[in-house]
Design a binder for this molecule. Structure first.
Ligand SMILES: [Zn+2]
Length: 348
């Protein structure tokens, strides 16, 4: 029995296969088959390039998947990325964005995604992205793009609507810049308005000449500003008097809760407040909170020495140095080594 083999499957018929691809129409299912399964990369790429039907391109993209290291390997990824660049249908672009195709490592430009509804949804709905694997850096880039585009088209009302829901810290500054610089809104009012998201309010408070808005945000009720955001506000405070006041309040609060409840989480705001405190006496009180490796110590290097040794057959140089906390005086020795060809004695 003779089984018919498509020309794109036979590595001996490369030229014929390429000519075959040229003759296909952009909505051919057979062309999709070739783009998905041809063992010849140039034939597969030519087939992906020739495809124009948006649903078929979507099938090719999702058949390869998000994972850069999946079984289809590099060849599949290249065909997928080519297909991604050919999608212009807004519904399909939305679906691909949701699934994280613009938040993976391929860095595909998403600028064909222009539907204001989708872009707004992306910015305001924390559950918009459904993919588990996402590159945070690429996702932030996509969100920044979405914000720029949305602000340009929706104006002040759009900005207000987004500010009421925007959960992302990384791009909140951009939104606040637009609201204050382009729409003339008052930063102090934004910072004080519970209608806006914590990330937005904190960015607005940072713009103010004094830190009192940040202090108010750091001390806000948990239901108004969740702990992580209050810590972020506390970390931005530079005014030493406000920091001292915040620390005193937190110390009092911790004294009044049961010892077993004084967890690292309960101390979180205190630790955040301490970040910018310059007074060594105040800092010293907190050095012991996390032990020797605490980030709360302020280390300075007091001595350093080198020692040559072996690791297996490899000559190495050990570098030891001692650091001392300027506040509490505790010392900590650190060590690293690098492979070397010969010790100085051997080099004579
Ligand atoms: Zn210390």
């Amino acid at each position: 029995m003779q089984i018919f083999t498509p020309v794109w499957k036979d590595p001996k018929k490369r030229e014929k296969a390429l000519a075959w691809v040229e003759k296909q129409s952009g909505d051919s299912e057979k062309l999709l088959e070739a783009a998905m399964h041809s063992p010849m990369q140039d034939v597969g790429m030519a087939a992906a390039e020739k495809l124009t039907d948006q649903k078929l391109l979507y099938k090719l993209i999702t058949a390869v998947g998000l994972d850069l290291y999946d079984w289809k390997g590099r060849n599949g990824i290249q065909r997928r990325n080519l297909a991604l660049q050919k999608i212009t249908d807004q519904t399909i672009l939305r679906e691909l964005a949701k699934q994280g195709y613009f938040c993976d490592n391929s860095r595909c430009a998403p600028d064909r995604l222009t539907d204001p509804g989708t872009l707004t949804e992306m910015l305001t709905d924390e559950n918009f992205f459904t993919a588990e694997k996402q590159n945070t850096y690429a996702k932030t880039g996509l969100l920044a793009y979405a914000l720029k585009t949305v602000l340009g088209t929706l104006g002040l009302n759009g900005a207000l609507a987004v500010a009421a829901k925007l959960p992302y810290r990384d791009i909140a500054g951009m939104l606040v810049d637009r609201m204050t610089a382009d729409f003339g809104m008052d930063a102090a009012e934004i910072a004080a308005d519970p209608a806006f998201q914590p990330a937005v309010r904190i960015k607005a408070a940072v713009l103010l000449p004094d830190n009192s808005a940040l202090y108010a945000l750091a001390r806000a009720d948990e239901r108004e500003i969740p702990l992580d955001f209050r810590c972020e506000a506390a970390k931005q405070i530079t005014d030493q008097n406000l920091l001292a006041a915040l620390i005193e309040e937190e110390m009092k609060r911790l004294e009044n809760i049961p010892f077993t409840a004084v967890t690292e989480d309960a101390q979180k705001l205190l630790r955040a407040a301490l970040k910018n405190v310059r007074d060594p006496q105040i800092r010293k009180r907190f050095c012991s909170l996390e032990g020797k490796d605490s980030e709360l110590h302020t280390w300075e290097t007091v001595s350093e020495r080198e020692e040559f040794g072996w690791q297996g057959y490899q000559r190495i140089k050990n570098v030891y140095w001692t650091v001392r906390c300027v506040n509490c005086g505790i010392e900590n020795e650190k060590h690293y080594f690098i492979p070397v060809s010969r010790s100085p004695e051997e080099e004579g």
